[in-house]
Design a protein around this ligand. Structure first.
Ligand SMILES: Cc1ncc(COP(=O)(O)O)c(C=O)c1O
Length: 358
């Protein structure tokens, strides 16, 4: 068996959820566990948070039903609402909370005969221009839902496009637009994703929606006093399965992308793009061997990748290799792979067994 595994610390996730709530003690917080809890395992994460999370957030009804089937009884938000009218029966049956972001969804809801009302979050497009009613039609949609009596809670929500950029004023503009359009409309509000929670107090509102930060990953590219209190929840670990000595001028791996410029020791690690490690990882991408920082060299293959052991004389077959974790953050790795930490953790494949600790 390969030594490859993702170790997930559920205690760290609880710590990070509490850190989110501590930013705004009067607010509730939806723990966003879509996309299999960003690769950490939706059911296990939801179970770990079940005693304290105010609600969970998912992208679609399939993800919500997985949680209900696992016994999760908290409110579950469908962050994109329903994709077809026939999902409303399931929404009602499982008492799911749904975003309502477009006229089609609104008309399906208005036409549906609910036997009991459900919670709805009417979404405003405050500037992301992806989902949401535009400012001119928002109040009318709100009033239609209100008059229908089909919403138990009728909340107002929006989503930020650039909240991770703390020195950019687009988020302030989105907040202003949201407040302006929603002025005087009753009910709770929800604006803040992880960067909104950590970096934009004016966006806290009644319900936070932290996702990335729950997994201990900073949404910011730069150091940040509150984000720095996050505890990384995942450690991606494998081991050396071969070590070889090469002379000068020897190519390593497919395509010979990396060529030795001196006599080198090269280690082969059991992990590749078939496990979700990005093939785009460049020469120089940081990795830890026995806790020592070194670098990836050569192209990532499907099941293996190669690392520089030249300065790690002691390193041998069976030694531990950490691709990310407490000592090497996904934020440090992602730029070498032309991606963001969100994608690194979410893309791990089912070949990577997840080992949980409490
Ligand atoms: C509507 C909505 N709210 C909250 C989140 C959580 O965002 P983040 O992971 O940046 O905290 C997402 C994720 O994309 C989302 O789509």
């Amino acid at each position: 068996m390969r030594a490859l595994r993702a170790e997930v610390d559920l205690n760290a996730i609880r710590h990070n959820y509490r850190l989110a709530k501590a930013q705004s003690p009067q607010s509730k917080a939806v723990a966003v566990v879509k996309a299999n809890a960003y690769g950490h395992g939706a059911v296990r994460v939801a179970q770990a948070l079940a005693a304290e999370a105010d609600a969970f957030g998912v992208a679609c009804i399939e993800e919500a039903l997985e949680l209900r089937q696992a016994g999760i009884s908290q409110p579950i938000w469908l962050l994109e609402g329903i994709f077809a009218a026939d999902e409303l029966a399931l929404v009602e049956q499982h008492q799911l909370s749904m975003a309502v972001h477009c006229p089609e969804q609104l008309s399906w809801i208005l036409a549906y005969d609910f036997s009991q009302p459900v919670d709805m979050w009417l979404k405003l497009d405050s500037g992301m221009h992806r989902l949401g009613f535009d400012p001119h039609s928002y109040r009318q949609a709100f009033q239609a839902l209100q008059a229908s009596g089909k919403a138990r809670v009728l909340g107002k929500m929006t989503h930020f496009a650039r909240a991770d950029e703390l020195d950019h004023d687009y988020t302030r503009k989105q907040i202003e637009r949201f407040m302006q359009v929603c002025e005087g409309l009753p009910g709770p509000v929800s604006l803040a994703n992880s960067p909104g929670t950590l970096g934009w107090p004016a966006a806290h509102g009644d319900w936070l929606r932290p996702g990335l930060m729950l997994y201990g990953i900073s949404p910011f590219e730069v150091a940040h006093p509150r984000a720095d209190q996050l505890k990384p929840a995942m450690r991606l670990v494998s081991e050396l399965i071969a070590v070889r000595e090469l002379g000068v001028g020897e190519p390593v791996g497919y395509g010979g992308r990396f060529v030795t410029d001196k006599p080198m020791r090269i280690g082969v690690v059991a992990l590749g793009y078939g496990d979700g490690y990005p093939r785009q990882a460049k020469d120089g991408t940081p990795v830890l061997v026995n806790g020592c920082l070194t670098r990836l060299v050569g192209r990532v293959s499907m099941d293996m990748l190669t690392v520089d052991l030249t300065d790690l004389n002691e390193a041998k077959v069976g030694d531990e290799v950490v691709l990310w974790g407490e000592q090497l953050r996904t934020n440090q790795v992602a730029p070498y792979c032309d991606t963001i930490p969100y994608e690194l953790v979410t893309k791990l494949t089912r070949r990577v067994p997840v080992h949980y600790s409490e």
